[in-house]
Design a protein around this ligand. Structure first.
Ligand SMILES: [Zn+2]
Length: 210
């Protein structure tokens, strides 16, 4: 598996470029911004982008999706429960003081138990509402890797005080879907450092039991 992680935009959203080493087919997850740099990584590995997956409709994760689609022809996938949030990108832009990226068109919804493929790589979609209604995580079972969006961070969890957020829902998502993964699963959060499920089980203040 080719996996490049590029922090993009003023909030340093972790954009993942994930490719099959044999077929060179790839998916890009969370193309928030700096699409020229994302495309440079795609070219560096001689990849063909087949899917653009957005973990949730916050501007720092979705802002560059249309530019990437125009350059690659790949469809943009987002859970349908975030379509309403996607319609307020102009409001979101004002929140963080960036330019409104304009309208983002979604080509298809991805939800619980769906799979997203690129070459021989398969990601299982987990619908993990809480940070937003339509937040999803992508789990690659063979590689034991989780792309967590803003649901789980090293030492923390996603904020739930923005529109569509729910602390109760994010805790349910984490306990029922995320923390049941194997301890040696590598977690790539939407921002910041990588971690593992085992590490978070032991030390994340939101998840330790006692
Ligand atoms: Zn977010």
């Amino acid at each position: 598996m080719i996996h490049e992680i590029l922090p993009v935009g003023p909030l340093h959203c972790n954009c993942s470029v994930i490719g099959d080493e044999v077929t060179r087919e790839a998916m890009v997850i969370d193309p928030g911004d700096e699409i020229e740099d994302v495309l440079a990584l795609v070219r560096k590995h001689n990849l063909q982008v087949k899917q653009i997956v957005v973990t949730h409709a916050h501007i720092d994760h979705v802002g560059g999706a249309m530019k990437l689609r125009a350059a690659t022809g790949a469809p943009i996938l987002l859970n349908q429960n975030d379509y309403a949030l996607l319609k307020m990108l102009d409001v979101q832009a004002a929140w963080i003081g960036v330019e409104d990226p304009g309208k983002v068109e979604i080509d298809g919804s991805v939800g619980q138990a769906d799979t997203v493929r690129a070459g021989s790589l398969t990601a299982n979609v987990m619908h993990t509402p809480g940070h937003t209604e339509g937040s999803v995580c992508l789990y690659f079972p063979l590689e034991k890797k989780l792309i967590a969006g803003d649901t789980l961070f090293a030492g923390s969890i996603g904020r739930t005080d923005l529109p569509g957020g729910s602390f109760e829902k994010i805790m349910d998502s984490l306990h029922e879907k995320v923390m049941v993964l194997p301890d040696d699963t590598v977690v790539v959060p939407g921002h910041g450092d990588l971690t593992t499920i085992g590490e978070e089980r032991q030390s994340n203040p939101f998840l330790v039991k006692n």
